[in-house]
Design a binder for this molecule. Structure first.
Ligand code: ZN
Length: 146
């Protein structure tokens, strides 16, 4: 039952490679580091972006593509298990050259120009509470422990 008290684990800090996919790269860091529950923050820049907006009535994501260079003003998210593997749910705010900010649910298809990330690991008493499962009400894979 939430909220659950968790213990602090490791802190992983690093930089991602130019040209790689942002979401895939961050997921790889978690898988290779066996980080199964945590907090994610990142800043940097991207050369193109794909973000999602969840249509609550249709229960599906609409994808938005931005084929332009932008700053990562804020990327924040969490790491938890989905299908037994670390899975990242992240939202991103991106700024174009005119200073305007767009954003959304980070999706594969966002290309890194530069990115510095910080991952804070948490250790739960019961990992199952943070293993994503399909929620019928929203059609999203959510934490089941409500
Ligand atoms: Zn989201």
């Amino acid at each position: 039952m939430f909220p659950e008290t968790v213990s602090r684990g490791r802190n992983l800090i690093g930089r991602l490679k130019k040209g790689d996919d942002l979401l895939v790269s961050l997921t790889r860091v978690c898988i290779e580091g066996n980080l199964r529950l945590g907090k994610l923050q990142a800043i940097g820049a991207i050369s193109k972006a794909k973000v999602g907006f969840y249509l609550q009535d249709k229960k599906e994501y609409v994808e938005l593509d931005f084929d332009q260079n932008m700053e990562i003003i804020a990327l924040q998210g969490n790491v938890s298990l989905k299908g037994g593997l670390p899975f990242i749910h992240a939202h991103v705010a991106l700024m174009g050259s005119d200073g305007r900010v767009i954003g959304g649910h980070l999706m594969e298809g966002t290309e890194i120009f530069a990115c510095e990330y910080i991952l804070n690991e948490y250790i739960p008493d019961n990992e199952e509470n943070f293993s994503r499962a399909l929620d019928d009400e929203t059609n999203l894979f959510l934490w089941p422990g409500v």
